[in-house]
Ligand binder design. Sequence first.
Ligand code: MSP
Length: 520
Amino acid sequence: MMAPDGTFYITTPIYYVNDKPHIGHAYTTLACDVLARFMRLDGRKVRLLTGTDEHGQKVQKSALAAGEEPQAFVDAVSQNFRDLAGLLNFATDDFIRTTEPRHIRACQAIWQKMADTGQIYLGSYSGWYSVRDEAYFDEKELQVVDGRRLAPSGAECEWVEEPSYFFRLSDWQQPLLDFYERNPDFIQPESRRNEVISFVRGGLRDLSISRTTFDWGVPVPGDPKHIMYVWLDALTNYLSALGFPDTDDALYQAFWPCDVHVVGKDILRFHTVYWPAFLMAANVPTPRRVFAHGWLLNRGQKMSKSLGNVVSPKDLKDRYGLDQTRYFLLREVPFGSDGYISHEAMVARCNGDLANDLGNLAQRVLSMVAKNCNGAVPEAGALNDADTLLLDRARGLLPALRRELSALAFHRGLEAVWAVIGDANRYVDEQAPWTLRKTDPARMATVLYTLAETVRMIAILLQPFMPDAMGRMLDQLAVAADQRDYRRIDAASALVPGTPLPRPEGVFPRFVEAEEEAAG
Ligand code: MSP
């Protein structure tokens, strides 16, 4: 999945600005941020793009409901999404807004390219449209409830009849099926790939790609009464942020085709059917991979404003801590599946995995070193089998994480790390350095050295998930800032005996308050 030249371009969906960001939005960007950080530490040149989807009927309606001009409205809401980066420590490289001139230019250019190849014609559309999904539906896809037509998502559809430009999507059925065949990794996970293939096998109808009954969008080149269908507009963001249509632009040259578009399962069809078809029609290379993750459910229910069960990223951070939240979201739910989040699960992870397993390991080791080794990295004697085994396991985590994160299996990557944390905790108990202090101080020093070196590697490896907390752990081991990338997971970069260490401090406090609340 990695580009041969070692670059890595990863994108989040661009978020509709009809609503404040909730944890579902933060989840997608978090996953992308972790993968981007991982690739950077592993030596790739990375570009992580996020942004906001600001056109279309849904956004226009929300602006109207708020009594604001669309532009003023999108300016304000877009800023909330931009603020997420600061709140959850996302290291994004660019933030694209679809109302920016660079994006409008790219949309018009891709339209023109599709028109030049004869893929667009003028007709008229009459049929059902769901504003909430910003999608067209066939009568047979809809459910009739009390005379209302509902889309599979449950959103109400309205009847639309208007002149419209169409894209010859029906021409692309076979080319798409051939494309999926040639690129077996294009759609992941596998179950989603099968879903998309059977949808395309079922036949494709030409797609309406312009609207005339409202005006909040990108004008169609040469016919500005029409504005572009918001999904054609939105998908193009992945190109506009690289300087497209200037294919000589250094960013386009370095980063297109995209390595992975990470999306929620609800928007898979747009990314795996429409998007590659648009690109093939415009003679632009197709992205390498689209990965669809599942839904985060609040105690089993999908979060929505109407249910009043929306979890805000800020509340989670304020209550449990920044890195605790980052860790929890990617550990608790296998990426790709739907999963529940709850206060109880969060507390269990904070106290079990973080405070007890990892926090205590680091704290026990560092405080024994502080007390018994003059506050400096201890001198290791000859290593025995148990020492070597533990160090080898920690070192072996790098290839394991590469494998799991390439498949976006964050939970499995973390499981592998926690297996070694478990080994390290057992090693402490077995070696009992507190007993060796009296009986064999030289052996105690070797054991503490082995443990400190194991913690060093674990902290380096976990930086993408918990950048702040692991940064503090590495500070306590006096690991220099330029010694924290993945080339340092080797014996040559091991801790140097005699290096003075700062006074140890716990990194993951226990969540006591919450336990009291839960009990009460
Ligand atoms: N604007 C479109 C995307 C255009 S990309 C060219 C859109 N925006 S959205 O704001 O509605 O959703 C953005 C992403 O957030 C989607 O991938 C969606 O799956 C994700 N999530 C929104 N709520 C979610 C959960 N409760 N759980 C997990 N992800 C969810 O769609």
